[in-house]
Write a protein that binds this ligand. Structure first.
Ligand code: ADP
Ligand code: MG
Length: 417
């Protein structure tokens, strides 16, 4: 039986403060409430979290949310707590005492959502605890981590299915991802034994994002001008290396931009503080390696800059997707040079042959995208198997048609050879 729509709408308003469901959210929620396995494929910023958060409030028991990053769990739990929802994390950041308190609260049925790291989930102690809990469903966020073809493969994700089978009873699963490639989608369904799942897939067209590629020339000057023209607005700048992250953050700071670095080389405390500063608007710009951003919910990011070329279209799409999540303006600027592509190619030179070929292929696609004069959106959507009937009119190639890419003389020769 379907939950009355009015009731769900009331919850949506009361708890989250939203007047309307977005896209297929309501259909997804009904499907979960009916106890079916559910597979949600929606672009970044579409509002996937709500698809499991709201049913978790309605169903008896605790919803388990598997999430790949501690920062991501913290982000969601902080938000839910602010909405007055009892949500908890269960991961390595907790002390023994805190763990025991969380366990007690879950078993007492007081916790609506429990966010668990895949590493914690594989521990015997955790499994024994979850066997005692009343679980409403298991949500697997960032489900592409299960696939080697995805951009963030996490081996522990492969164990999820086996562990859930061990918890007893028939627990509905909901897998969520912003990965649009069919190969990864198949992998997810296969690994989670979710062939029977209802699939909810929406278009990957992010109409409010403006895509632009510029040649990497006088990049520092271009960067400063660009950022200063968005003064006081939130932005993310991606760089390839930790060293570059530090340099660019410093460059912006001496130019009066409130910028902070974020990369895996910083101690966890500093990293967390810098992320919090960005989320709470104590800093405007975060300069980061790709370690930053998965699942981070900051709705008002107005620009995403790739200071160095990304490794793949998929990665590029995910990273730019962090802009304009509130549906308002989002500017995606990439600085491109073929030298960057060659640098990236060198990274995989010691990898096994198949991995190297795979990386090369992804880079070739990235090169083609960057150097092409075809509508950017058309190219991106094509990559994800979608067809755009007309050019978008909202990218650099549509706005400023050019004869050919003028960024480098030796365009793509080495890779194409
Ligand atoms: P995803 O996981 O799909 O990348 P999120 O779940 O983080 O996206 O949601 C992105 C943004 O959309 C968040 O700021 C969230 O609060 C907002 N959002 C989600 N659902 C709605 C809705 N029905 N109405 C308005 N805003 C929404
Ligand atoms: Mg998400």
């Amino acid at each position: 039986p379907l939950a009355p729509t009015a009731h769900l709408k009331t919850k949506l308003k009361e708890v989250f403060g939203f007047g309307q469901f977005r896209g297929t959210q309501e259909a997804v929620i009904q499907n979960i409430l009916a106890g079916h396995n559910t597979f949600v494929i929606m672009p970044t910023g579409a509002g996937k979290s709500l698809c499991y958060q709201l049913p978790a409030l309605v169903l008896p028991g605790t919803a388990i949310v598997i999430s790949p990053l501690i920062a991501l769990m913290k982000n969601q739990v902080d938000q839910l707590s602010a909405f007055g929802v009892n949500a908890q994390v269960y991961n390595s950041t907790l002390t023994k005492t805190e763990m025991n308190r969380v366990k007690k609260d879950v078993i007492a049925g007081e916790v609506r959502l429990l966010y668990v790291a895949p590493e914690s989930l594989t521990k015997e102690d955790t499994i024994a605890f979850l066997q005692k809990a009343n679980i409403s469903f298991v949500a697997i966020d960032e489900a592409h981590c299960i696939s080697e073809w995805g951009h963030d493969f996490r081996p522990e994700y492969r164990k999820i299915r086996g562990i859930i089978d061990n918890l007893g009873g028939k627990i509905p699963l909901i897998a969520l991802t912003a990965t649009a490639t069919p190969k990864v989608q198949l992998d997810i369904q296969k690994n989670l034994h979710m062939d029977d799942a209802s699939v909810f897939k929406t278009s990957f067209n992010r109409t409010n994002l403006y895509y632009e590629v510029r040649a990497k020339r006088n990049t520092k000057k271009q960067l400063i001008q660009y950022v200063q023209s968005h003064k006081g607005k939130a932005g993310i700048i991606y760089c390839l290396s930790r060293k570059k992250v530090e340099e660019v953050a410093e460059l912006l700071r001496v130019n009066d931009v409130r910028a902070l670095p974020y990369h895996a080389g910083l101690d966890p405390h500093t990293r967390m503080n810098n992320q919090d500063a960005f989320l709470s608007e104590d800093c405007d710009v975060i300069v980061a390696t790709i370690a930053f951003g998965m699942g981070i919910d900051k709705p008002d990011v107005r620009f995403v800059i790739h200071y160095d070329a990304p490794k793949s279209i998929e990665g590029y799409y995910q990273e730019t997707g962090r802009g304009g999540r509130d549906g308002l303006e989002g500017n995606c600027l990439m600085f491109y040079s073929y030298d960057d592509i060659l640098k990236l190619e060198k990274f995989s030179k010691d990898k096994p042959v198949t991995e190297r070929d795979n990386a090369r292929q992804l880079l070739l696609e990235m090169t083609n995208y960057s150097e092409s004069s075809v509508c950017r959106r058309r190219q991106l959507l094509h990559y994800f198997g979608e067809h755009l009937d007309t050019d978008c009119g909202f990218c650099d190639n549509c706005r400023h048609p050019k004869e050919k890419f003028d960024g480098t003389e030796h365009v793509g020769l080495a890779l194409r050879a």
